[in-house]
Design a protein around this ligand. Structure first.
Ligand code: LLP
Length: 415
């Protein structure tokens, strides 16, 4: 197709022309395909896939998964509001996170979510109080921490005893007993999530084994559950990784629970959206140097923080590769930080004004963006076949300045 990168059948330069850069571009077909792969891996099994909203919380993406029958894994009242605004089914929402506020608990209880994934004894007491006051029993699961090493980046592993997440599995039994006796709590499940960007199915299976043992123990204590939530974390290809197919993660887990009547839940984020998106950016300046050469682009760490935060690799491709000598560039943004890079030591033939696509940026890209350096966030578009829809307009400076006010001369402002 003329040597120019496309998203589905739309050339990326056309998107840059219409919507400007930087711009996140998502492929509807890639989202649908990833979703189908999950469903196929769970065919014949009572299972609910709860998309982890934090990975990419654009309303159009949530609406697409909602139409496909998804549930949602949320971690804030804000994410719950997004699920509602996108037409998602709140009775398929699980609420994870270690710091749920009283207001968020009340909001979620009133909305009628499927389950609170409780992360501590203190949170359990708070939920009990909120449910009592609301005269509405709260459906709960305990998120247990199985102490399994997910073999991933330390910042995104969550199932080790040294992480802040979940309740140690040995302490969970007592909390379950307490919860099962409370008139304000409805014990309906158990949850576990060991980490993100998993490339080996073994740790998920190991954690599932520990959860199964625990479920059997609860059963002996007279506690029966409706569902078992095994979290998300399935990895994607950023560079040279070869992540196993989704079925290689889920089929052994489903087999392990084959004799169990409980419904299985999963909470994937990255695997559903990560490879479905790119960040489209334009070269502003080339800055050749004796030791290092820089390509300064119009996207920055505020738009995509993963490289700066985790030293994460994203492939960076020229949208319209040009002939001519290539050079080695650090691809950097306009933000005033030395850590503001999208990629280092990339061999590309570049000229000012060229478009670049930062690949695999559909997950934890826009959702982790900020306005650092008072930079308006990029536009987001969703491509379906030959059609392009703007699903978030580029922010304006008015959007950024709107909530603020300078104090008057007395220095005292109205509350
Ligand atoms: N469930 C829970 C309880 C989680 O904490 C997470 C992710 C997920 C599900 C979804 O995990 P996934 O399937 O997307 O791996 N910002 C980091 C990733 C942080 C993940 C946090 N928790 C990154 O950019 O790599």
């Amino acid at each position: 197709m003329g040597g120019v990168l496309h998203c589905e059948s739309v050339p990326l330069p056309e998107i840059a022309r219409r919507f400007g850069t930087p711009c996140y571009v998502y492929s509807a077909a890639a989202l649908d395909e990833a979703w189908r792969e999950f469903r196929a891996a769970l065919a014949g099994r009572d299972a609910l896939v709860c998309y982890a909203v934090k990975a990419n919380s654009n309303l159009a993406i949530l609406a697409r998964f909602a139409r496909l029958g998804a549930g949602f894994d949320i971690v804030s009242g804000g994410e719950l509001a997004r699920v509602q605004a996108s037409g998602g089914d709140c009775s398929r929402v699980v609420f994870s996170g270690v710091g749920k506020s009283e207001g968020e608990l009340r909001q979620a209880l009133e909305t009628g979510i499927l389950c609170f994934n409780v992360e501590s004894a203190a949170e359990l007491s708070r939920i009990e109080r909120v449910a009592e006051a609301a005269r509405r029993p709260a459906p709960i699961a305990l998120r247990v921490n199985p102490d399994v090493d997910p073999l991933t980046h330390p910042y995104i592993s969550t199932g080790l005893r040294t992480n802040k997440f979940g309740v140690p599995i040995e302490e969970a039994a007592e909390l379950y007993l307490h919860a099962s006796r409370s008139p304000h709590l409805r014990v309906i499940g158990i949850a576990c999530h060991i980490g993100s960007q998993l490339l080996d199915p073994a740790p998920m299976l190991e954690a599932s084994g520990k959860v199964l043992d625990f479920v059997l123990r609860l059963e002996r204590d007279g506690i029966r559950l409706e569902h078992i939530d095994l979290g998300g974390g399935l990895g994607i290809r950023y560079r040279e990784e070869t992540p196993p197919p989704i079925a290689e993660f889920l089929a052994p887990v489903a087999a392990l629970f084959a004799q169990r009547p409980e419904r299985l839940l999963f909470e994937p984020g990255r695997r559903l959206v990560g490879n479905a998106g790119v960040l489209l950016t334009r070269v502003e300046y080339l800055k050749p140097g004796a030791k290092r050469s820089f390509a300064v682009v119009d996207a920055a760490m505020n738009d995509l923080v993963r490289p700066a935060l985790y030293d994460a690799w994203h492939d960076i491709a020229a949208v319209a590769p040009r002939p001519g000598p290539a050079a080695v560039y650090d691809i950097v943004g306009p933000v005033c930080e030395s850590g503001d890079f999208l990629g280092t030591a990339r061999t590309l033939a570049l000229a000012e004004g060229d478009l670049l696509a930062v690949m695999s940026a559909g997950a934890y890209g826009m959702s982790m963006s900020s306005n650092y350096n008072t930079r308006p966030r990029p536009a987001e578009v969703l491509v379906e076949g030959g059609a392009v829809r703007l699903v978030r307009r580029r922010e304006t400076l008015a959007d950024l300045l709107g909530p603020e006010q300078a104090p008057d001369e007395t220095g005292i402002s109205e509350p």
